[in-house]
Design a protein around this ligand. Structure first.
Ligand SMILES: Cc1cc2nc3c(=O)[nH]c(=O)nc-3n(C[C@H](O)[C@H](O)[C@H](O)COP(=O)(O)OP(=O)(O)OC[C@H]3O[C@@H](n4cnc5c(N)ncnc54)[C@H](O)[C@@H]3O)c2cc1C
Length: 464
Protein backbone atom coordinates (compact mmCIF):
# COMPACT_ATOMS: atom_id res chain seq x y z
CA UNK A 1 0.00 0.00 0.00
CA UNK A 2 2.90 2.34 0.84
CA UNK A 3 4.00 2.45 -2.82
CA UNK A 4 0.58 3.13 -4.33
CA UNK A 5 0.43 6.62 -5.88
CA UNK A 6 -1.89 8.99 -4.07
CA UNK A 7 -5.04 9.25 -6.08
CA UNK A 8 -8.00 11.61 -6.03
CA UNK A 9 -11.18 10.35 -7.68
CA UNK A 10 -13.63 13.01 -8.79
CA UNK A 11 -17.24 11.95 -9.40
CA UNK A 12 -19.04 13.98 -12.10
CA UNK A 13 -17.49 15.85 -15.03
CA UNK A 14 -19.65 18.97 -15.03
CA UNK A 15 -17.90 22.32 -14.69
CA UNK A 16 -17.33 21.60 -10.99
CA UNK A 17 -15.65 18.20 -11.35
CA UNK A 18 -13.59 19.33 -14.34
CA UNK A 19 -12.39 22.42 -12.45
CA UNK A 20 -11.33 20.24 -9.51
CA UNK A 21 -9.25 18.12 -11.90
CA UNK A 22 -7.65 21.16 -13.54
CA UNK A 23 -6.77 22.75 -10.20
CA UNK A 24 -5.21 19.51 -8.93
CA UNK A 25 -3.25 18.99 -12.15
CA UNK A 26 -1.78 22.48 -11.88
CA UNK A 27 -1.18 22.46 -8.11
CA UNK A 28 0.49 19.03 -7.91
CA UNK A 29 1.04 17.01 -11.09
CA UNK A 30 2.28 14.08 -9.00
CA UNK A 31 -1.24 13.41 -7.75
CA UNK A 32 -3.00 10.78 -9.82
CA UNK A 33 -6.41 12.26 -10.63
CA UNK A 34 -9.29 10.45 -12.29
CA UNK A 35 -12.75 11.87 -13.06
CA UNK A 36 -15.63 9.45 -13.48
CA UNK A 37 -18.56 10.68 -15.57
CA UNK A 38 -21.80 8.73 -15.95
CA UNK A 39 -22.72 10.05 -19.39
CA UNK A 40 -20.85 9.86 -22.69
CA UNK A 41 -20.32 13.63 -22.70
CA UNK A 42 -18.37 15.89 -20.33
CA UNK A 43 -19.71 19.30 -19.26
CA UNK A 44 -22.89 18.39 -17.33
CA UNK A 45 -25.31 21.28 -17.69
CA UNK A 46 -22.94 23.14 -20.00
CA UNK A 47 -23.98 21.82 -23.37
CA UNK A 48 -24.37 23.04 -26.93
CA UNK A 49 -27.16 21.97 -29.29
CA UNK A 50 -27.64 22.80 -32.97
CA UNK A 51 -30.75 24.69 -33.98
CA UNK A 52 -31.09 25.42 -37.71
CA UNK A 53 -27.39 24.64 -38.01
CA UNK A 54 -26.44 27.18 -35.32
CA UNK A 55 -24.69 25.89 -32.17
CA UNK A 56 -26.45 27.36 -29.13
CA UNK A 57 -25.97 26.95 -25.37
CA UNK A 58 -28.73 24.75 -23.98
CA UNK A 59 -27.69 25.21 -20.33
CA UNK A 60 -25.93 28.28 -18.97
CA UNK A 61 -25.24 30.82 -21.71
CA UNK A 62 -23.11 33.22 -19.65
CA UNK A 63 -21.54 33.79 -16.24
CA UNK A 64 -22.40 36.50 -13.72
CA UNK A 65 -19.94 39.36 -14.18
CA UNK A 66 -20.02 40.40 -10.51
CA UNK A 67 -18.54 37.00 -9.52
CA UNK A 68 -15.07 36.86 -11.08
CA UNK A 69 -14.18 33.17 -10.67
CA UNK A 70 -15.49 31.69 -13.94
CA UNK A 71 -14.13 34.61 -15.98
CA UNK A 72 -10.73 34.30 -14.30
CA UNK A 73 -10.68 30.57 -15.04
CA UNK A 74 -11.47 31.26 -18.72
CA UNK A 75 -8.53 33.65 -18.87
CA UNK A 76 -6.22 31.16 -17.16
CA UNK A 77 -7.21 28.66 -19.84
CA UNK A 78 -6.50 31.18 -22.58
CA UNK A 79 -10.17 31.57 -23.54
CA UNK A 80 -11.22 34.96 -24.76
CA UNK A 81 -14.36 36.32 -23.08
CA UNK A 82 -16.99 38.71 -24.37
CA UNK A 83 -19.59 40.91 -22.77
CA UNK A 84 -23.19 41.41 -23.87
CA UNK A 85 -23.83 43.59 -26.91
CA UNK A 86 -27.14 44.71 -25.35
CA UNK A 87 -28.00 46.12 -21.93
CA UNK A 88 -31.23 46.47 -20.04
CA UNK A 89 -33.87 43.97 -19.01
CA UNK A 90 -37.63 44.14 -19.45
CA UNK A 91 -40.36 43.08 -17.06
CA UNK A 92 -43.49 41.27 -18.28
CA UNK A 93 -46.64 43.11 -17.18
CA UNK A 94 -50.31 42.70 -18.13
CA UNK A 95 -50.01 45.75 -20.37
CA UNK A 96 -46.78 44.72 -22.13
CA UNK A 97 -43.05 44.83 -21.47
CA UNK A 98 -41.70 47.57 -19.20
CA UNK A 99 -37.95 48.26 -18.92
CA UNK A 100 -36.40 47.96 -15.46
CA UNK A 101 -34.87 51.26 -14.32
CA UNK A 102 -31.27 51.65 -15.46
CA UNK A 103 -29.50 51.92 -12.07
CA UNK A 104 -30.55 48.93 -9.98
CA UNK A 105 -28.74 46.63 -7.59
CA UNK A 106 -30.38 43.18 -7.44
CA UNK A 107 -33.39 44.72 -9.17
CA UNK A 108 -33.78 47.46 -6.51
CA UNK A 109 -33.55 50.97 -8.02
CA UNK A 110 -31.05 53.32 -6.44
CA UNK A 111 -32.81 56.41 -7.80
CA UNK A 112 -35.96 57.30 -5.86
CA UNK A 113 -37.32 59.23 -8.83
CA UNK A 114 -37.04 56.08 -10.96
CA UNK A 115 -38.90 54.06 -8.38
CA UNK A 116 -41.52 56.76 -7.86
CA UNK A 117 -42.39 56.92 -11.55
CA UNK A 118 -41.77 53.33 -12.64
CA UNK A 119 -44.73 51.88 -14.52
CA UNK A 120 -43.78 48.30 -13.65
CA UNK A 121 -45.70 48.74 -10.37
CA UNK A 122 -49.02 50.37 -9.50
CA UNK A 123 -48.96 53.68 -7.59
CA UNK A 124 -49.91 51.77 -4.48
CA UNK A 125 -47.14 49.19 -5.04
CA UNK A 126 -44.57 51.96 -5.51
CA UNK A 127 -45.68 53.82 -2.37
CA UNK A 128 -45.49 50.61 -0.37
CA UNK A 129 -41.99 49.90 -1.71
CA UNK A 130 -40.85 53.39 -0.68
CA UNK A 131 -41.89 52.69 2.91
CA UNK A 132 -38.71 50.61 3.03
CA UNK A 133 -37.01 53.94 3.76
CA UNK A 134 -38.83 54.35 7.07
CA UNK A 135 -39.70 50.85 8.30
CA UNK A 136 -37.64 49.73 11.30
CA UNK A 137 -34.99 47.13 10.72
CA UNK A 138 -35.46 43.54 11.79
CA UNK A 139 -34.33 42.91 15.34
CA UNK A 140 -33.43 39.23 15.03
CA UNK A 141 -30.32 37.98 13.30
CA UNK A 142 -30.35 34.76 11.34
CA UNK A 143 -31.88 33.47 8.17
CA UNK A 144 -35.36 34.17 6.83
CA UNK A 145 -36.88 33.43 3.45
CA UNK A 146 -35.96 35.70 0.58
CA UNK A 147 -39.68 36.33 0.07
CA UNK A 148 -40.11 37.15 3.78
CA UNK A 149 -37.33 39.72 3.64
CA UNK A 150 -38.52 41.37 0.40
CA UNK A 151 -42.19 41.42 1.47
CA UNK A 152 -41.33 42.89 4.88
CA UNK A 153 -39.27 45.71 3.37
CA UNK A 154 -40.79 46.44 -0.03
CA UNK A 155 -44.26 44.89 0.04
CA UNK A 156 -45.99 42.07 -1.81
CA UNK A 157 -46.47 43.79 -5.14
CA UNK A 158 -42.83 44.79 -5.59
CA UNK A 159 -41.81 41.29 -4.44
CA UNK A 160 -44.14 39.29 -6.68
CA UNK A 161 -44.22 41.49 -9.74
CA UNK A 162 -40.73 42.96 -9.95
CA UNK A 163 -38.12 41.34 -7.70
CA UNK A 164 -39.00 37.64 -7.52
CA UNK A 165 -38.86 37.32 -11.34
CA UNK A 166 -35.38 38.78 -11.52
CA UNK A 167 -33.88 37.28 -8.36
CA UNK A 168 -35.28 33.76 -8.23
CA UNK A 169 -34.61 32.49 -11.78
CA UNK A 170 -31.22 30.88 -11.20
CA UNK A 171 -32.50 29.41 -7.92
CA UNK A 172 -35.44 27.61 -9.55
CA UNK A 173 -38.12 30.16 -8.51
CA UNK A 174 -40.39 30.61 -5.44
CA UNK A 175 -38.80 33.25 -3.22
CA UNK A 176 -41.02 32.22 -0.31
CA UNK A 177 -39.07 29.01 0.25
CA UNK A 178 -35.57 30.24 -0.61
CA UNK A 179 -33.05 31.21 2.06
CA UNK A 180 -32.19 34.92 2.00
CA UNK A 181 -28.71 34.27 3.41
CA UNK A 182 -27.86 31.54 0.90
CA UNK A 183 -29.19 33.40 -2.16
CA UNK A 184 -28.56 37.12 -1.68
CA UNK A 185 -26.68 37.63 1.62
CA UNK A 186 -26.07 41.25 0.59
CA UNK A 187 -29.71 42.12 1.30
CA UNK A 188 -29.53 41.34 5.02
CA UNK A 189 -26.21 43.18 5.18
CA UNK A 190 -27.81 46.23 3.55
CA UNK A 191 -30.67 46.18 6.00
CA UNK A 192 -28.29 45.93 8.96
CA UNK A 193 -25.91 48.64 7.70
CA UNK A 194 -28.31 51.10 6.05
CA UNK A 195 -31.63 50.24 7.68
CA UNK A 196 -33.22 49.91 4.21
CA UNK A 197 -32.83 47.92 1.01
CA UNK A 198 -33.27 51.01 -1.16
CA UNK A 199 -30.51 52.83 0.74
CA UNK A 200 -28.43 49.66 0.53
CA UNK A 201 -28.88 49.61 -3.25
CA UNK A 202 -27.95 53.31 -3.40
CA UNK A 203 -24.77 52.68 -1.40
CA UNK A 204 -23.86 49.64 -3.52
CA UNK A 205 -24.34 51.61 -6.74
CA UNK A 206 -22.26 54.51 -5.34
CA UNK A 207 -19.46 52.12 -4.31
CA UNK A 208 -19.53 50.49 -7.73
CA UNK A 209 -19.20 53.89 -9.43
CA UNK A 210 -16.26 54.89 -7.21
CA UNK A 211 -14.43 51.59 -7.56
CA UNK A 212 -13.24 51.79 -11.18
CA UNK A 213 -14.96 50.21 -14.17
CA UNK A 214 -18.05 48.19 -13.28
CA UNK A 215 -17.95 44.55 -14.40
CA UNK A 216 -20.51 43.73 -17.08
CA UNK A 217 -23.68 42.02 -15.91
CA UNK A 218 -22.75 38.85 -17.84
CA UNK A 219 -19.58 37.42 -19.37
CA UNK A 220 -19.04 34.39 -21.55
CA UNK A 221 -16.31 32.76 -23.58
CA UNK A 222 -16.41 33.68 -27.25
CA UNK A 223 -18.37 30.89 -29.02
CA UNK A 224 -20.48 30.15 -25.96
CA UNK A 225 -20.40 29.11 -22.32
CA UNK A 226 -19.75 25.43 -23.11
CA UNK A 227 -16.30 26.38 -24.45
CA UNK A 228 -15.21 26.44 -20.81
CA UNK A 229 -16.04 22.78 -20.15
CA UNK A 230 -14.80 21.74 -23.62
CA UNK A 231 -11.43 23.26 -22.77
CA UNK A 232 -11.33 21.76 -19.26
CA UNK A 233 -12.29 18.33 -20.62
CA UNK A 234 -9.52 18.59 -23.23
CA UNK A 235 -7.00 19.32 -20.51
CA UNK A 236 -8.25 16.45 -18.32
CA UNK A 237 -7.33 14.19 -21.25
CA UNK A 238 -7.11 10.51 -20.27
CA UNK A 239 -7.93 11.31 -16.65
CA UNK A 240 -11.53 11.64 -17.84
CA UNK A 241 -13.49 8.37 -17.97
CA UNK A 242 -16.82 8.78 -19.74
CA UNK A 243 -19.63 6.24 -19.38
CA UNK A 244 -18.44 5.49 -15.82
CA UNK A 245 -21.38 5.93 -13.50
CA UNK A 246 -20.32 5.50 -9.89
CA UNK A 247 -22.79 3.05 -8.35
CA UNK A 248 -21.40 2.76 -4.82
CA UNK A 249 -18.61 3.95 -2.54
CA UNK A 250 -17.09 1.75 0.16
CA UNK A 251 -14.09 1.73 2.48
CA UNK A 252 -11.51 -0.99 1.85
CA UNK A 253 -8.33 -1.18 3.92
CA UNK A 254 -7.32 2.45 4.22
CA UNK A 255 -8.63 3.62 0.84
CA UNK A 256 -11.95 4.46 -0.77
CA UNK A 257 -13.27 2.23 -3.49
CA UNK A 258 -15.69 3.49 -6.12
CA UNK A 259 -17.67 0.85 -7.98
CA UNK A 260 -18.71 1.37 -11.59
CA UNK A 261 -20.16 -1.11 -14.11
CA UNK A 262 -16.75 -1.37 -15.75
CA UNK A 263 -14.76 -2.01 -12.56
CA UNK A 264 -13.60 -0.45 -9.32
CA UNK A 265 -11.42 2.59 -8.78
CA UNK A 266 -9.37 2.96 -5.60
CA UNK A 267 -8.60 6.42 -4.27
CA UNK A 268 -7.26 8.16 -1.18
CA UNK A 269 -9.64 11.07 -1.53
CA UNK A 270 -12.99 11.38 -3.29
CA UNK A 271 -14.54 14.63 -4.48
CA UNK A 272 -18.25 14.29 -5.17
CA UNK A 273 -19.34 16.86 -7.77
CA UNK A 274 -22.84 15.48 -8.46
CA UNK A 275 -26.36 16.43 -7.37
CA UNK A 276 -27.50 16.09 -3.73
CA UNK A 277 -29.67 12.98 -4.28
CA UNK A 278 -26.81 11.02 -5.90
CA UNK A 279 -24.40 12.21 -3.21
CA UNK A 280 -26.83 11.03 -0.55
CA UNK A 281 -27.23 7.60 -2.15
CA UNK A 282 -23.49 7.12 -2.61
CA UNK A 283 -22.65 8.24 0.93
CA UNK A 284 -25.43 6.35 2.72
CA UNK A 285 -23.22 3.31 3.59
CA UNK A 286 -20.18 5.35 4.64
CA UNK A 287 -21.56 8.62 6.04
CA UNK A 288 -25.08 8.09 7.33
CA UNK A 289 -24.96 11.30 9.41
CA UNK A 290 -25.16 13.51 6.33
CA UNK A 291 -28.20 11.78 4.88
CA UNK A 292 -30.95 13.82 6.55
CA UNK A 293 -29.37 17.14 5.62
CA UNK A 294 -28.76 16.06 2.01
CA UNK A 295 -32.42 15.04 1.79
CA UNK A 296 -33.31 18.63 2.71
CA UNK A 297 -31.72 19.91 -0.50
CA UNK A 298 -34.48 19.14 -3.00
CA UNK A 299 -34.11 19.76 -6.71
CA UNK A 300 -36.40 21.22 -9.35
CA UNK A 301 -36.60 20.68 -13.11
CA UNK A 302 -36.34 23.38 -15.76
CA UNK A 303 -36.29 23.45 -19.54
CA UNK A 304 -34.81 25.64 -22.23
CA UNK A 305 -36.61 26.41 -25.48
CA UNK A 306 -34.31 27.61 -28.26
CA UNK A 307 -35.98 29.39 -31.16
CA UNK A 308 -34.53 30.55 -34.46
CA UNK A 309 -36.81 32.81 -36.54
CA UNK A 310 -36.75 33.66 -40.26
CA UNK A 311 -34.24 36.00 -41.92
CA UNK A 312 -35.05 39.66 -41.26
CA UNK A 313 -36.71 38.94 -37.89
CA UNK A 314 -33.79 40.17 -35.76
CA UNK A 315 -34.13 43.72 -37.02
CA UNK A 316 -37.60 44.00 -35.48
CA UNK A 317 -36.54 43.16 -31.93
CA UNK A 318 -36.35 45.84 -29.26
CA UNK A 319 -32.92 46.38 -27.69
CA UNK A 320 -32.21 44.67 -24.39
CA UNK A 321 -31.12 41.30 -23.10
CA UNK A 322 -34.66 39.96 -22.66
CA UNK A 323 -37.47 39.90 -20.14
CA UNK A 324 -38.52 38.13 -16.95
CA UNK A 325 -42.04 37.08 -15.98
CA UNK A 326 -43.86 37.11 -12.63
CA UNK A 327 -44.66 33.57 -11.51
CA UNK A 328 -47.33 31.79 -13.55
CA UNK A 329 -48.22 34.76 -15.79
CA UNK A 330 -46.77 33.40 -19.06
CA UNK A 331 -45.56 30.02 -20.38
CA UNK A 332 -41.94 31.04 -19.80
CA UNK A 333 -40.24 32.29 -16.62
CA UNK A 334 -37.74 34.30 -18.63
CA UNK A 335 -36.85 35.02 -22.23
CA UNK A 336 -33.38 35.90 -23.48
CA UNK A 337 -32.94 37.77 -26.75
CA UNK A 338 -29.81 35.88 -27.78
CA UNK A 339 -29.34 37.62 -31.13
CA UNK A 340 -29.40 41.01 -29.36
CA UNK A 341 -27.18 40.00 -26.46
CA UNK A 342 -24.66 37.63 -28.04
CA UNK A 343 -24.83 38.33 -31.80
CA UNK A 344 -22.95 35.91 -34.04
CA UNK A 345 -22.30 36.13 -37.78
CA UNK A 346 -23.97 32.69 -38.14
CA UNK A 347 -27.32 34.22 -37.08
CA UNK A 348 -27.47 36.45 -40.19
CA UNK A 349 -30.57 38.58 -39.70
CA UNK A 350 -32.44 35.82 -37.87
CA UNK A 351 -33.85 36.49 -34.38
CA UNK A 352 -32.55 33.88 -31.91
CA UNK A 353 -34.53 33.63 -28.68
CA UNK A 354 -34.19 31.43 -25.62
CA UNK A 355 -37.03 30.84 -23.17
CA UNK A 356 -36.65 29.23 -19.76
CA UNK A 357 -39.64 27.16 -18.65
CA UNK A 358 -40.50 25.09 -15.56
CA UNK A 359 -39.09 25.73 -12.09
CA UNK A 360 -40.82 25.56 -8.70
CA UNK A 361 -44.57 25.22 -9.07
CA UNK A 362 -44.36 25.19 -12.86
CA UNK A 363 -42.71 21.83 -13.54
CA UNK A 364 -45.89 20.43 -15.19
CA UNK A 365 -45.06 22.51 -18.23
CA UNK A 366 -42.19 20.08 -18.88
CA UNK A 367 -44.61 17.12 -19.16
CA UNK A 368 -46.12 18.60 -22.32
CA UNK A 369 -44.94 17.55 -25.80
CA UNK A 370 -42.13 19.57 -27.31
CA UNK A 371 -44.48 20.90 -30.00
CA UNK A 372 -46.94 22.19 -27.38
CA UNK A 373 -44.18 23.83 -25.35
CA UNK A 374 -42.80 25.52 -28.46
CA UNK A 375 -46.27 26.66 -29.56
CA UNK A 376 -47.05 28.09 -26.10
CA UNK A 377 -43.80 30.06 -26.15
CA UNK A 378 -43.92 31.30 -29.75
CA UNK A 379 -47.56 32.43 -29.65
CA UNK A 380 -46.94 34.28 -26.39
CA UNK A 381 -43.81 35.91 -27.83
CA UNK A 382 -45.67 36.95 -30.98
CA UNK A 383 -48.19 38.79 -28.83
CA UNK A 384 -45.45 40.66 -26.95
CA UNK A 385 -42.71 41.26 -29.50
CA UNK A 386 -42.59 41.94 -33.24
CA UNK A 387 -41.90 38.27 -34.01
CA UNK A 388 -43.72 35.86 -36.37
CA UNK A 389 -46.27 33.43 -34.88
CA UNK A 390 -43.88 30.55 -35.51
CA UNK A 391 -40.14 30.06 -35.39
CA UNK A 392 -38.33 28.44 -38.34
CA UNK A 393 -36.60 25.98 -36.00
CA UNK A 394 -37.01 25.10 -32.34
CA UNK A 395 -35.39 22.74 -29.85
CA UNK A 396 -36.61 21.96 -26.33
CA UNK A 397 -33.99 20.77 -23.84
CA UNK A 398 -35.27 19.42 -20.52
CA UNK A 399 -33.07 19.51 -17.43
CA UNK A 400 -34.71 17.13 -14.95
CA UNK A 401 -33.84 17.85 -11.31
CA UNK A 402 -30.99 20.12 -12.41
CA UNK A 403 -31.53 23.00 -9.98
CA UNK A 404 -30.92 22.44 -6.26
CA UNK A 405 -33.13 24.48 -3.94
CA UNK A 406 -31.45 26.66 -1.33
CA UNK A 407 -34.21 26.44 1.26
CA UNK A 408 -34.33 28.27 4.59
CA UNK A 409 -31.30 27.28 6.69
CA UNK A 410 -29.29 26.14 3.64
CA UNK A 411 -25.93 27.52 4.82
CA UNK A 412 -26.16 25.75 8.20
CA UNK A 413 -27.23 22.56 6.41
CA UNK A 414 -24.19 22.65 4.13
CA UNK A 415 -21.88 23.38 7.08
CA UNK A 416 -23.33 20.38 8.98
CA UNK A 417 -22.90 18.10 5.94
CA UNK A 418 -19.24 19.06 5.61
CA UNK A 419 -18.66 18.67 9.35
CA UNK A 420 -19.96 15.09 9.28
CA UNK A 421 -18.15 13.82 6.17
CA UNK A 422 -15.58 11.08 6.77
CA UNK A 423 -11.92 12.09 6.25
CA UNK A 424 -11.02 12.03 2.56
CA UNK A 425 -14.55 12.63 1.23
CA UNK A 426 -15.37 16.11 -0.12
CA UNK A 427 -18.57 17.48 -1.61
CA UNK A 428 -18.74 20.47 -3.91
CA UNK A 429 -20.81 21.94 -6.73
CA UNK A 430 -24.06 23.65 -7.36
CA UNK A 431 -25.88 22.28 -4.34
CA UNK A 432 -23.39 23.67 -1.85
CA UNK A 433 -21.12 26.44 -3.08
CA UNK A 434 -23.14 28.63 -5.42
CA UNK A 435 -26.01 28.06 -7.77
CA UNK A 436 -24.18 29.42 -10.81
CA UNK A 437 -21.08 28.50 -12.81
CA UNK A 438 -18.87 31.07 -11.06
CA UNK A 439 -19.92 29.76 -7.64
CA UNK A 440 -19.18 26.21 -8.79
CA UNK A 441 -15.70 27.24 -9.99
CA UNK A 442 -14.92 28.89 -6.66
CA UNK A 443 -16.21 25.88 -4.71
CA UNK A 444 -14.27 23.48 -6.93
CA UNK A 445 -11.07 25.45 -6.35
CA UNK A 446 -11.55 25.19 -2.59
CA UNK A 447 -12.41 21.49 -2.79
CA UNK A 448 -9.30 20.79 -4.89
CA UNK A 449 -7.18 22.59 -2.31
CA UNK A 450 -8.75 20.62 0.55
CA UNK A 451 -8.26 17.30 -1.31
CA UNK A 452 -4.64 18.20 -2.07
CA UNK A 453 -3.92 18.94 1.61
CA UNK A 454 -5.57 15.67 2.53
CA UNK A 455 -3.51 13.53 0.13
CA UNK A 456 -0.34 15.40 1.13
CA UNK A 457 -0.97 14.46 4.74
CA UNK A 458 -1.77 10.87 3.69
CA UNK A 459 1.49 10.67 1.76
CA UNK A 460 3.48 11.94 4.70
CA UNK A 461 1.84 9.42 7.01
CA UNK A 462 2.66 6.58 4.60
CA UNK A 463 6.28 7.52 4.22
CA UNK A 464 6.78 8.21 7.96
C1 LIG B 1 -31.19 25.53 -17.81
C2 LIG B 1 -30.11 26.06 -16.94
C3 LIG B 1 -29.60 27.32 -17.20
C4 LIG B 1 -28.58 27.83 -16.41
N1 LIG B 1 -28.08 29.06 -16.70
C5 LIG B 1 -27.03 29.53 -16.03
C6 LIG B 1 -26.39 30.73 -16.44
O1 LIG B 1 -26.79 31.36 -17.41
N2 LIG B 1 -25.28 31.14 -15.76
C7 LIG B 1 -24.77 30.42 -14.71
O2 LIG B 1 -23.74 30.84 -14.16
N3 LIG B 1 -25.35 29.27 -14.30
C8 LIG B 1 -26.46 28.81 -14.93
N4 LIG B 1 -27.02 27.61 -14.55
C9 LIG B 1 -26.44 26.88 -13.43
C10 LIG B 1 -25.20 26.07 -13.88
O3 LIG B 1 -25.55 25.30 -14.99
C11 LIG B 1 -24.70 25.18 -12.76
O4 LIG B 1 -24.34 25.97 -11.65
C12 LIG B 1 -23.47 24.34 -13.12
O5 LIG B 1 -23.46 23.95 -14.47
C13 LIG B 1 -23.43 23.11 -12.23
O6 LIG B 1 -22.29 22.34 -12.55
P1 LIG B 1 -21.92 21.02 -11.74
O7 LIG B 1 -20.67 20.52 -12.33
O8 LIG B 1 -21.93 21.30 -10.27
O9 LIG B 1 -23.14 20.02 -12.00
P2 LIG B 1 -23.63 19.32 -13.35
O10 LIG B 1 -23.44 20.20 -14.50
O11 LIG B 1 -25.00 18.82 -13.03
O12 LIG B 1 -22.65 18.08 -13.53
C14 LIG B 1 -22.77 16.91 -12.78
C15 LIG B 1 -22.21 15.76 -13.62
O13 LIG B 1 -22.21 14.58 -12.82
C16 LIG B 1 -22.58 13.48 -13.63
N5 LIG B 1 -23.07 12.40 -12.76
C17 LIG B 1 -24.26 12.32 -12.12
N6 LIG B 1 -24.33 11.19 -11.40
C18 LIG B 1 -23.15 10.53 -11.58
C19 LIG B 1 -22.61 9.31 -11.08
N7 LIG B 1 -23.28 8.50 -10.24
N8 LIG B 1 -21.35 8.93 -11.48
C20 LIG B 1 -20.62 9.71 -12.32
N9 LIG B 1 -21.11 10.88 -12.82
C21 LIG B 1 -22.34 11.30 -12.44
C22 LIG B 1 -23.64 14.06 -14.57
O14 LIG B 1 -23.79 13.26 -15.73
C23 LIG B 1 -23.05 15.45 -14.85
O15 LIG B 1 -22.22 15.43 -16.00
C24 LIG B 1 -28.07 27.08 -15.31
C25 LIG B 1 -28.60 25.81 -15.03
C26 LIG B 1 -29.61 25.30 -15.84
C27 LIG B 1 -30.17 23.94 -15.54
Amino acid sequence: MGDAPTRVAVVGAGVTGLTVVFRLQVADPSIDVVVLEASQRPGGTLRTVEVAGIPLDAGPDSFLGRKPWATELCHELGLETTRPAATGTWLWTHTGLVPYPVGTAFGIPGDLGDLFHWSGLSGRGRRRALRDLVIRKRREDGDETLGGLLRRRLGDEATDRALAPILSGLFGGDVDTLSADATFPELHRWERAQGSLIRGAQAALRDAKGGGPRPPMFVRPRDGAARLTDELAGRADDRLRLGSRVEAIAREDDRWVLRTASGSVHADAVVLAVGPATTRRLLEPVARDVSADLAEIPVVSVGVVLLVYREGSAEQLPGGTGFVVPRGEAPMAACGLVSETWPEPAFGSRAVVRCTVGGAGEEDMLDADDADIVRACTSHLAALLPLPQEADAAVVVRWPGAVPRYLLGHLERVARIREHLPPGIFVTGQAYDGIDVAGCVRGATEAAEAARHFVDATRKERTA
